[in-house]
Write a protein that binds this ligand. Structure first.
Ligand code: NAG
Ligand code: NAG
Ligand code: NAG
Length: 366
């Protein structure tokens, strides 16, 4: 009897593991490599109805783009595989996802702005939605990966990616190449760190085939961060980077502050007024040709420190610490980069200092 229970527990835990790891990665036909039948297309425009693209439900002016296709004088190159979709005015793609009710998930997608200046995408999983701006180019080839997160309210949810734009040319709109999902496990503070997710190890899916990280957009209307524990409060995104493609001070993940003072990440922590604390962290460069005198500004409530870092763009880091006395029951910890920096190998790509291994501990007064 006992062994039977043990066996069923084993089966249960292993089957649970399979279904949860199954959900990390591309969604069904997430890279749009399976396309419409030729009879469902007129040129690039999908005319075969809502079910014309396998696994997706589409609406509005959707184009199916082959890599290398020309549009005017622009060559459309698709980063992964050979195909992507373009969402024209008011167009959308959606897909049902099997999730675990109550759990947090992040959605990562690779997209490129095309003709309009202020393109944006509305990503939603009812009842949550987020409007992700794509007007600022972070990588010179035009493609970037973006992340957004939600808490599942139902066991089956519908993920919708919608272009709310209305341009003169209905074919103007962002291209989408890959869509992936990852379960998030919101970390808790420990006795070794009052901050949550200080090493940024928990975060959105990073596409293994792309080398430009994932942008964590400003969470203006979003309570669920794809970078658990952290908020992006500023106007611009921060970039989530992985050790497979970048130099990372500690562990496998870190954050690159890519847009100067316009891109900051923050976390509010519980503190005891009058108690002393040390905020320690690593500042470095991602080995992405981001050269020059970089400065990270760290804030703990009203206390602040500027940490200069001379970057040769070849990877590396130093450690810094800020000692402060808490003045309230909550203290806002925040990081930003003083300057805008461009990559020396690519003057149209923003880059910046990397932060990692952020720890907050209370200390005895000296
Ligand atoms: C295909 O598009 C052209 C204009 O781009 C239009 O004139 C034609 O009627 C369309 N054909 C079909 C079958 O929808
Ligand atoms: C985004 O889409 C959701 C779901 O369709 C909708 O409820 C929300 O109002 C949209 N947000 C914006 C800003 O368009
Ligand atoms: C990465 O590339 C390989 C080979 O082209 C492909 O099979 C795989 O689906 C890609 N993975 C993702 C997540 O795009």
């Amino acid at each position: 009897m006992a062994s039977l229970i043990f066996l069923s527990l084993l089966l249960f835990s292993s089957s649970f593991h399979v279904s949860s790891s199954f959900s990390d990665g591309l969604v069904a036909n997430g890279n749009f490599e399976l396309g419409p039948k030729p009879s469902d297309m007129n040129g690039t425009v999908v005319i075969g109805g809502r079910r014309a693209i396998p696994e997706w439900e589409i609406s509005g002016f959707v184009e199916y783009i082959k890599s290398g296709q020309k549009q005017g004088d622009m060559l459309l190159v698709v980063p992964e595989g050979g195909f992507a979709v373009r969402l024209g005015n008011e167009a959308s793609v959606k897909q049902k996802l099997k999730v675990v009710k109550g759990m947090y998930y992040s959605i990562s997608f690779v997209a490129a702005r095309t003709c309009a200046q202020e393109e944006q995408l509305n990503v939603s999983v009812s009842p949550h939605s987020g409007l992700l701006p794509m007007q600022t180019l972070y990588s010179s080839n035009g493609w970037d990966a973006y992340a957004w997160a939600f808490k599942a309210q139902f066991p089956i949810v519908e993920m919708l990616i919608h272009n709310p734009g209305v341009e003169e040319d209905p074919a103007c709109g962002p291209l989408i190449d890959s869509v992936a999902i990852k379960a998030l496990y919101p970390p808790r503070p420990t006795n070794k760190n009052i901050l949550k997710n200080g090493g940024f190890e928990e975060g959105p899916y990073v596409f293994p085939n792309t080398s430009w990280g994932v942008l964590i957009p400003p969470n203006i209307e979003d309570d669920h961060s794809p970078l658990p524990g952290w908020m992006v409060e500023s106007l611009k995104a921060v970039k989530y980077i992985d050790s497979n493609h970048f130099s990372v001070p500690q562990g496998r993940r870190a954050v690159e502050l890519v847009a100067g003072k316009e891109s900051a990440i923050a976390q509010v922590v519980r503190t005891v007024p009058g108690k002393s604390y040390v905020l320690s962290f690593a500042v470095g460069d991602a080995k992405n040709s981001c050269e020059g005198s970089l400065i990270v500004e760290a804030f703990a409530g009203k206390d602040t420190i500027k940490v200069p870092y001379e970057s040769k763009g070849k990877g590396g880091f130093k450690r810094a610490a800020l000692k402060f006395v808490a003045v309230g029951p909550r203290t806002r910890i925040m990081f930003l980069s003083t300057f805008y920096t461009m990559r020396s190998d690519d003057y149209s790509s923003l880059c910046g200092p990397v932060i990692d291994d952020v720890k907050l501990l209370s200390v005895r007064k000296p």
